[in-house]
Design a protein around this ligand. Structure first.
Ligand SMILES: C[S@@+](CC[C@H](N)C(=O)[O-])C[C@H]1O[C@@H](n2cnc3c(N)ncnc32)[C@H](O)[C@@H]1O
Length: 178
C-alpha cells in the first residue's frame, strides 16, 4: 500500500514544490501525503488563503499528519473516491495535484479511474505531478501510466532526482485535455 521503503528526500520535495502556485488563492491536493515529507515544501510556497488538502488511505499516517502537520487539511480516504471527497470539501477545481501514490503498482482500472478523476477536477491552468521510482518505469503499470499521462495532458515533462535513494522520476503535466 505504501509503495515506499523510506520517506521522500528534501531534493524531491524542492522539485515538487515548483508546481505550487505562489499567488491568488489556489487549492493544492496531495494524493498519498504519507509521512508529509513533501507537505512542508508545498506549504512554504502557498500564499495566504490557499487550501492544502491531503488525501491519505493509511489511518496511522493520517494520525501522524494530524499531529505533526496541523495546518494540512487531512482527509482519511481513498484517492479512488476523489470526486466525492472533493465535493464534500466544496472544492470544484484544483490548481495543482501532487501525487505520490504507487501508480505503477495499481490495478489497471484503478490507475485509470484515479487519474481520470484527478484530471477532470484540474483547472485548465492547473498542474499535475506524479512521483515514481526510476525502477518502476519498466513495469507494465509504469508504462501504462506514462501512456495515460500523454493521453490526458497536452504537456508531459520529466525530471529525475538522482539524490533520492532510489532515484525518483517526476512527471510534470500541464494543460489537461478535458
Ligand atoms: C510512497 S508513499 C508516500 C510518500 C511520501 N512522499 C512520504 O515521503 O511519506 C505513498 C502513500 O500513498 C498512500 N496511498 C496509497 N494508495 C492510496 C490511495 N488509493 N489513496 C490515498 N492514499 C494512498 C499510502 O498510504 C502512502 O502513504
Amino acid at each position: 500500500m505504501l509503495g515506499a521503503a523510506t520517506p521522500t528526500s528534501h531534493a524531491v520535495a524542492a522539485t515538487v514544490a515548483q508546481v505550487v502556485p505562489t499567488t491568488g488563492t489556489p487549492t493544492v491536493v496531495e494524493l498519498g501525503p504519507g509521512t508529509g515529507s513533501l507537505s512542508g515544501a508545498i506549504r512554504d510556497r502557498l500564499p495566504r488563503g490557499a487550501r492544502h488538502i491531503g488525501i491519505e488511505l493509511n489511518n496511522v499516517l493520517v494520525a501522524h499528519l494530524r499531529e505533526h502537520k496541523p495546518w494540512l487539511e487531512v482527509v482519511h480516504g481513498d484517492a479512488r473516491d476523489l470526486t466525492v471527497l472533493l465535493d464534500k470539501l466544496a472544492v470544484d477545481h484544483v490548481d495543482a495535484v501532487v501525487s505520490s501514490i504507487p501508480w505503477s503498482l495499481l490495478p489497471d482500472e484503478t490507475q485509470a479511474d484515479i487519474l481520470g478523476q484527478a484530471t477532470d477536477r484540474l483547472a485548465p491552468h492547473g498542474a499535475f505531478t506524479a512521483l515514481t521510482y526510476l525502477t518502476a518505469l519498466h513495469r507494465t503499470g509504469g508504462k501504462r501510466f506514462r501512456q495515460r499521462l500523454e493521453a490526458r495532458f497536452d504537456e508531459v515533462l520529466t525530471h529525475t532526482t538522482w539524490q533520492n535513494v532510489p532515484p525518483i522520476l517526476h512527471y510534470l503535466c500541464r494543460r489537461p485535455l478535458h
